[in-house]
Ligand binder design. Sequence first.
Ligand code: CAA
Length: 240
Amino acid sequence: MSKVALVTGGSRGIGAAISVALKAAGYVVAANYAGNDEAAAKFSTETGIKTWKWNVADYEASAAGIAAIEAELGPISVVVANAGITRDAPFHKMTPDQWKQVIDTNLTGVFNTVHPVWPGMRERKFGRVVVISSINGQKGQFAQVNYAATKAGDLGIIKSLAQEGARFNITANAVCPGYIATEMVMAVPEKVRESIIAQIPAGRLGEPEEIARCVAFLASDDAGFITGSTISANGGQFFV
Ligand code: CAA
């Protein structure tokens, strides 16, 4: 029987590349998305990967979506918590709403995604949890107090899950992408983006597929002894 992988935010950007890479690796992939129906439909048509709509910030919706996927496809053995948003603003201008939206989606969203699949992984004594963090959770970023807090929080989550999951053969790891050529990075003002690229020793933005390959490795049997770890893929911009 094929293994089932869930990728949140899996129909666009880095998430879409992860969905495609996991499908190529032999998984039946369920790609979650929150709102962009048109992009999700286009993604499904192009890739043959079915999409499922819910907001990861909502626990009940996440639990219901995951139950529906498992009823249709079978137990989820790989979960990739990738869905994330930015609401950038210098701290003195950041509103409580900008703080809350990012915390709810990026951090609580990880809890809401992993928590419903965790009991089944424990029962079946197998699981792969991969959380997409960020270089900006490692080094902080001007105008991203909210986002950096969530991405640093991801690293605490996987290190704790790694300790709880190990005896059940469940691994939990993070990937910290640097600046990748996605809509999220393209939304940064051009002048700022150019100054960021100038700080990347590789001299370019990363490609979504370069992150997807890290995830496919962490999901694979080859990575069975790797847990609580972080793969940084940032073109040399920052070393932990
Ligand atoms: N470092 C230091 N200073 C900076 C800065 C930086 N990185 N970015 C902006 N500033 C300065 C500006 O030069 C400006 O200075 P002055 O007041 O002296 O002119 C000041 O900070 C900001 O000016 P404003 O108050 O007008 O800023 P604003 O309210 O218009 O906000 C911004 C602008 C939201 C900060 C915008 O510049 C921006 O989006 N910056 C990019 C932030 C960023 O890198 N986000 C990452 C997105 S990609 C991502 O998140 C994916 C991932 O995981 C890597």
